[in-house]
Design a protein around this ligand. Sequence first.
Ligand code: ZN
Length: 375
Amino acid sequence: MYKSNRRRVETFVFSVLLCILSGWVGAQQDIAFHFGEGDDARLARSGTVDIGGIRYIPISSVIEQFGGYVDLAAGRAQISLDGRGAIITINDVQVETASDDFRLRHPLLREGDTAYMALADFERFFRNVFNTRLWIDQITADETAAPEQGEDVLDDLLAPLAPAPQETGRRRIRSIVLDPGHGGTDSGAVGPNGLEEKEVTLAVAQSLKRILEAEMDVEVVLTREADVELPDRARSNLAGQAQGDLLISIHTGASFVQNARGFEVFYADVPSGDGEGGSDSGVRYAARSRLLATAVSRSLSATEASPNRGVRPTPARVLSRASMPGILVEVGCITNPEEENLLASEGHRNRLAEGIARGIIEYATNTELPAGGAG
Ligand SMILES: [Zn+2]
């Protein structure tokens, strides 16, 4: 509001370019991996490379992020994690382990200090060698960082307008922000029959708003009411402007494992690491976010709408940037054809919204906030 019109137009044009660019970065097919439960959960992130039409991941980097190591010597890769391990000859498919040997579908490759494994092999490799279920998720555009140099411009455009809180006793939750993931040209994940994540997230959020307003004395605000594109920062800041006490971001899951199914509830607990002061304020609310995530996971389970994939921390910026407890609910795996069908039906969407609402109501009933501030 202190800028000349011309400067504002330039700023706007730049921010539009930035959105397009960050969407393009999201199209780089970044993958998140995690295994383990609760406090023991471990996360890794990686890009992929296309080698001869096969998607490969730099397994050295992923295993290191999990706390293990890959030793490349004498034409072989020795992959170790938590006292278990395997040996694979470079350019070969045979995996030697302490117990049963098995074969990969695609050969292990090497370039420089890095070994590459086909993404399609990684889950089974992980299960056979480390005796642990590995989850593989595609990071969609809205969970991918915008380029650093644009941050201050977006700050100017989208600065929160919320007034400073005043201290006067304690109060109940009175404002809930629902964030339907994706929108506009960002369709999110797409199911095998063409169902788009952005449509599911909006429908579930609208149903959830109706239920919460009918059953609680709260104001419910949606970050988007229509099929429009919205950067992450705008979502977090809209939540701040609405003086939300809770932020509920709705997404669907997407997995390369075709029969992966079920819902999963995430809470902000991992710093996004972008070096901005205060940008990780959501992490300050991790304990409450986790309580909320647990309540919602339990109530969704009770609807028996879909299998429960658990409660996990997430580095998603829409949560870590918001100054309130927040969760991200993946309401089902849109890449699973059966679950895609369910997600397309109004009855199932309402059942999911009902399940999420029960958890929010349970959490809200048991929670008192410091007056004025976000809780
Ligand atoms: Zn999504």
